[in-house]
Write a protein that binds this ligand. Structure first.
Ligand code: PMP
Length: 458
């Protein structure tokens, strides 16, 4: 049974020919989805002309909104000049050199080299492969296990999804691979014990990580991956002192740290990097999304000199660095990313984020007076709002109520795109949102909450 759309309408053809990712396929056949047709600033319009304020910047990524002409023009010029050239066999192209140089300059800690890919997943996949390659190169081939976190998200390739702590993405796909382990989700509001402070909770998280490392055997544990702020896990900001304590454990057991800055990178938390916001000092750093404002698919992995020296040695030994992708370091994507970074600088976008973000954070915090909202928390222009059936006892809604999905739907009806991650509503608007845009966003969210509450009560 499929939904009753006019034959040959775009919705009917969509259902007939496409599989939508991270979507209930059977449900989609009944209801269809929302097909966006055009964008203007921080708004998108569906194929019927309905306007939406985009509070998720697509997938946490359209940092400059949806109508930045400079990026379109730079892509066009690069396509005329050199539309494609690869990075294999001692070849390359000029925009990739410009971009790599800029990224090394911007890095939060001294970084040595950049490897390009086309997606966040591939950047993290490359990091995973390099963790293994590095330990082979330095003569510690037994040090291979990699630790991610419950609800962490690092992508959807076989290795990146194994690293991710998202059980619904594991079941039935025959992952995770055996080398991966997961430690706690640092979600203070949800998991702290009565009377436990953020600092005490962070200490417990670090102790649990240490126990995991000791159980596995420190000589077998190679690396820890973490997002400065967990994104797809629910826009979860870490509790105070968390990163300091986690890093102390990693240093104690000589474990590499990889910061996944795919969401946080380029201003999301109010600094260029989430690493700067939380004092994280990684050995490798992956980034994507806002790197090109998502006008082109591109990601980067930055590696420090220690990793690079090991790569150099290993590559000399075996004759080449046998890794890469056809479209990696694509000149059009690199040119667009270079221009994006210029726009951030010229318009002082990261200062803008710090200036306007209180409007969003305070506006969302104010929804804690709503009967459905237990907690709102965030940093810069990323936040998560947790729905609760009983906020006094921190009791969630029953799963069957699908409270998060209901709020998401009611917001969409009200003209606001948000994302429900279970019963957490995530916000990551384009970085260019003005105070007025953010006020409108909070007002539309309250409208969506009211409509959802009216239906739930009924
Ligand atoms: N890492 C993080 C933190 C992400 O949020 C995502 C995507 N949402 C990825 C990696 C994977 O990126 P991609 O979808 O471009 O492969």
């Amino acid at each position: 049974m499929t939904a009753a759309f006019a034959p040959n309408s775009v919705h009917a053809r969509d259902i007939a020919f496409l599989v939508h990712h991270q979507t209930d396929i059977a449900g989609y056949r009944e209801t269809g989805g929302t097909l966006m047709a055009r964008g203007e600033g921080v708004y998108v319009y569906d194929e019927a002309g309905k306007k939406y304020l985009e509070a998720m910047a697509g997938l946490w990524c359209a940092s400059l909104g949806f109508s930045e002409r400079r990026l379109a023009e730079v892509a066009y010029r690069q396509m005329l000049e050199l539309p494609y050239y690869h990075h294999f066999f001692a070849k390359g192209n000029i925009p990739s050199v410009d971009l790599a140089e800029r990224l090394v300059q911007l890095a939060p800690v001294p970084m040595s080299k950049v490897l390009f890919s086309c997606s966040g997943s591939e950047a993290n996949d490359a990091a995973i492969k390099l963790v293994w390659y590095y330990h082979n190169a330095i003569g510690k081939p037994q040090k291979k296990k990699i630790i991610g976190r419950v609800r962490g998200y690092h992508g959807n390739t076989v290795a990146a999804v194994s690293l991710s702590g998202q059980p619904q993405m594991h079941s039935d796909f025959d992952v995770p691979l055996p080398q991966f382990r997961h430690t706690d989700n640092p979600h203070y509001y949800r998991f702290h014990e009565d009377g436990e402070t953020e600092e005490q909770f962070a200490t417990r998280m670090a102790n649990n990580l240490e126990q995991l490392i000791l159980r596995e055997g420190p000589d077998t544990v190679a690396a820890f991956f973490g997002e400065p702020v967990q994104g797809a896990g629910g826009a979860i900001t870490p509790p105070a002192t968390y990163w300091e304590k986690i890093q102390a454990v990693l240093r104690k057991y000589d474990i590499l740290l990889i910061a996944d800055e795919v969401i946080c990178g380029f201003g999301r938390t109010g600094n260029v990097w989430g690493c700067q916001t939380y004092g994280i000092e990684p050995d490798m750093l992956s980034c994507a999304k806002a790197l090109s404002a998502s006008y082109q698919p591109i990601s980067a992995l930055l590696v420090n000199e220690k990793i690079y020296q090991a790569m150099l040695g290993e590559s000399k030994k075996i004759g080449s660095f046998a890794h890469g992708f056809t479209y990696a370091a694509h000149p059009v994507a690199c040119a667009v990313a270079v221009e994006t970074l210029k726009i951030y600088e010229e318009r002082d976008i990261f200062t803008h984020v710090r200036r306007v973000s209180p409007v969003m954070q305070e506006g969302l915090k104010a929804t804690e007076d709503h009967p459905m909202v237990g907690n709102a928390r965030g940093v810069g222009l990323i936040a998560g709002v947790e729905l609760m059936a009983d906020k006094r006892t921190r009791t969630p809604f029953p799963a069957e109520a699908k409270a998060g999905a209901l709020v998401e739907r009611k917001c969409l009806e009200a003209g606001l795109v948000v994302r429900a991650i279970g019963d957490r509503i995530a916000f990551t608007p384009p970085l260019i949102m003005t105070e007025e845009n953010l006020q409108e966003m909070c007002a539309l969210f309250r409208k969506g909450l009211d409509a959802a509450w009216a239906e739930l009560k009924g």
